[in-house]
Design a protein around this ligand. Structure first.
Ligand SMILES: [Fe+2]
Length: 394
């Protein structure tokens, strides 16, 4: 996989998951002594739990399972306080994006002072000075790409979501394991897969795009797009895990791609949706994908890339005019979103108050304009366009 050449993280793949696999990873990490701290979510997960339990007969193991969705700084500070006392030689996180992001922050705080909020926001009180302990990231969902990035997303005590970026947040090893994603429910494949799709798209229409990021992202968009529907259907039918594993590989490649550029308008807007209506990250990202696609595809260099992707993704012909190919791909993204059960109208959000005024909704999205992710977007978003896209969603 070309993407693995573009990252310093050692990315391993394996079909099975067991204590033996964990032991091999620990040996591969080069740290043969000391405690190993597992960070996982509180849900029962037989294959993961039995592997950790058996592994604990081989090595000195501690386990934390206090992960919450949309990781909160208070929760991470509590885990970090305990982790500093444990002082593990290796931290191994097994889970979805919230688990991996939480582990990145906990591991960072082991070797850096203060609380997580000290490092968040536009003018943080502290900067990250030290690398954490050896970090192993093992995703159990097919989308966040967190195992491949220097980013973590956290909700501060103020309730605002922030992206924290640092080379000291990188994992050392990532394991992409088919057995761990085999039982994913279809709804989770949908939200995490669409999140991966937006990671690759936001790399395409990013101000920081380069020849290398384009190469990675164009392939990642095609690979995610071509696998997401089949992977979702595979979960609906309970017919195996091959397509989900292909989606996991594509999502990892999308992570390696957007790690080069950061994300853009879709993600800046999604943070507000998650803050206000508590939607899962992937669902919030899918919401404005069509609006941002339409806006950014007006830029000629973006249209050229999207037209090429449309052909490679099999939704347009090589004989189609560029504009037609772009429109066809835009429509296919919209169709895909509906087919796998994701939403694109405010009325479809659970708990949305239909009496809320349009002005009030637009106002709630205004903080996204100051988000550094929004500034990565190739076309600047202004309040006039924000007003337009919100209106279209009502
Ligand atoms: Fe995302």
């Amino acid at each position: 996989m070309i993407a693995t050449l573009a990252t310093s993280i050692k990315i391993l793949t394996n079909n099975e998951f067991s204590a033996d696999v964990l032991n091999k990873i620990a040996v591969y990490s080069g740290v043969e002594t000391g405690k190993i701290l597992f960070i996982v979510d509180p849900m029962d997960f037989l294959i993961r739990d039995s592997a950790i339990s058996e592994f604990s007969t081989l090595r000195d193991v501690e386990k934390m399972n206090k992960i919450v969705p949309n990781p909160e700084s208070t929760n991470i500070d509590e885990m970090a306080e305990i982790a500093r006392k444990i002082m593990p030689s290796i931290v191994i996180a097994i889970g979805g994006g919230s688990t991996l992001d939480s582990a990145k922050a906990v591991n960072m705080l082991i070797n850096n002072d203060g609380l997580l909020d000290d490092y968040l926001g536009p003018n943080p009180y502290r900067s990250i000075k030290n690398k954490g302990q050896k970090l192993v990231l093992i995703p159990t969902t097919t989308g966040t790409g967190s195992e491949a990035t220097r980013f973590g997303v956290y909700t501060s005590k103020s309730g605002r979501k922030y992206t924290l970026a640092s080379d000291f947040l990188y994992g050392d090893i990532a394991l992409l394991c088919e057995a761990l994603i085999a039982e994913m429910p279809a709804s989770l494949v949908a939200v995490s897969g669409y999140d991966a799709l937006t990671h690759a798209l936001e790399t395409i229409w990013n101000k920081n795009a380069s020849t290398q990021s384009d190469l990675l992202a164009e392939q990642a968009v095609v690979d995610v797009f071509c696998n997401i529907k089949d992977a979702w259907q595979e979960s609906v039918d309970k017919s195996g895990s091959k397509k989900k594993f292909s989606l996991l590989l594509a999502a990892n490649a999308a992570g390696i791609a957007f790690n080069k550029t950061g994300t853009a308008a879709i993600h800046a807007l999604s943070f507000i949706i998650s803050e206000k209506w508590h939607l899962p990250h992937g669902l919030a990202c899918a919401f404005f994908t069509d609006s941002v696609y339409e806006m950014n595809s007006k830029k000629p260099e973006v249209a050229k890339k999207l037209a090429s992707i449309a052909v490679k993704g099999g939704v347009a012909s090589i004989h189609d005019k560029e504009q037609i190919a772009v429109e066809k791909f835009g429509k296919s993204l919209l169709d895909l979103r509906a087919e796998i059960g994701l939403i694109g109208k405010f009325a479809e959000i659970k708990g949305f108050d239909p009496t809320i005024s349009q002005d009030e909704i637009v106002e709630s999205f205004l903080p996204s304009m100051d988000d550094p992710k929004m500034k990565n977007n190739i076309i600047p978003m202004d309040s006039k366009y924000l007003w337009k896209i919100v209106k279209e969603k009502l």
